[in-house]
Write a protein that binds this ligand. Structure first.
Ligand SMILES: NC(=O)c1ccc[n+]([C@@H]2O[C@H](COP(=O)([O-])OP(=O)(O)OC[C@H]3O[C@@H](n4cnc5c(N)ncnc54)[C@H](OP(=O)(O)O)[C@@H]3O)[C@@H](O)[C@H]2O)c1
Length: 284
């Protein structure tokens, strides 16, 4: 028996009205929100993605609460931002977020009362296998990438719910979606963060709280120096074009500027030369 081909004419349903001009207008009508006048807490603002995000949010007129351990860097950044954007309020706090006492210090400083949380501070230590790796490295990753990220979020969210709006942005990683040999605890930590974001999103859905997870691949920051040491880090980005911190920050801002009924749940963002966590094509 031959195939039955249904043409639109053979459909008995009433034809739908179609106005091409109206369809064109609707398709071209997109808008971005202004972030001006909002406030943001950025953890890990002394370097890399956190620093770039601070600069871009300040340029949008967002007042900032910046946290990291290197106070001198935060102060230098604050001075540069004040000079460039004199109307934007910038506060800084030196804190080691891996230490639970620091979470109280942020509370006392009023750092949790913000419209936007950029949960960015994080690190990886080493590329050892599960059997070779050291407890101290595991602990450093779990304390910062998991415990601090979870607890800071838990302290920020109630105020957002009370005020009826808020945005939580978490820095995950491609390692949080695709595990690789030599990445045991970092992969596990970022998988945990991803699960945490998914749960929070479900639990707060309908309360005007947006939860976004940005999961980058290779970004050239101090991340590899912290992970591998300065010498070994030199080869990580050789012969390829990694993402820059500014490029990652720009994606974050684009997500934040979407109309409030749009929640970018997740973004996996890779350099074009990185086809997977262990697949990098380098120039000769
Ligand atoms: N670079 C990448 O390829 C890449 C890829 C995927 C995901 N990520 C994620 O992106 C986030 C930012 O990393 P990055 O690439 O921008 O690295 P980075 O340049 O090393 O920046 C890390 C930031 O975290 C802060 N930090 C580290 N330990 C801290 C602690 N105990 N308490 C408070 N702040 C602390 C650092 O400041 P102080 O040292 O001054 O405290 C610094 O500001 C991390 O969550 C990372 O896992 C990075």
């Amino acid at each position: 028996m031959g195939a039955i081909i249904l043409s639109p004419e053979s459909n008995n349903a009433t034809p739908l009205a179609f106005d091409a001009e109206a369809a064109l207008d609707a398709a071209l009508k997109t808008s971005l929100l202004s972030l001006q006048g909002q406030s943001a807490l950025i953890t890990g603002a002394s370097s890399g993605i956190g620093l770039a995000t601070a600069c871009q949010l300040a340029a949008e007129g967002v007042s900032l609460k910046l946290v990291a351990r290197r106070a001198e860097r935060l102060e230098a950044l604050q001075a540069a931002l004040n000079k460039r954007f004199p109307l934007v309020q910038i506060e800084t706090l030196k804190a080691d977020l891996a230490q639970p006492e620091s979470w109280e210090a942020l509370e006392s400083a009023g750092f949790y009362a913000v419209d936007i949380l950029i949960n960015n501070a994080g690190l990886a230590r080493g590329r050892d296998t599960v059997l070779q790796s050291q407890w101290a490295d595991w602990q450093a990753m779990l304390d910062l990438d998991v415990a601090a990220a979870f607890e800071i979020t838990r302290r920020v969210v109630p105020g957002m719910l009370q005020r009826g709006r808020g945005d939580i942005v978490c820095l995950g990683s491609a390692a949080g979606q695709i595990p690789y040999a030599g990445g045991a605890i970092y992969c596990a930590a970022k998988h945990a963060l991803r699960a945490f974001c998914q749960v929070l999103r479900r639990e707060t859905c309908g309360q005007n709280l947006r939860v976004l997870l940005i999961s980058p691949g290779m970004v050239e920051t101090e991340f590899s120096v912290v992970r591998l040491g300065a010498e070994a880090a030199k080869s990580v980005y050789a012969g390829m074009d990694p993402l820059t911190p500014a490029e990652v920050a720009a994606q974050m801002l684009f997500a934040l500027k979407q109309p409030r009924h749009i929640n970018w749940d997740e973004l996996l963002l890779m350099a074009t030369a990185q086809g997977g966590v262990e697949k990098v094509v380098r120039r000769d």
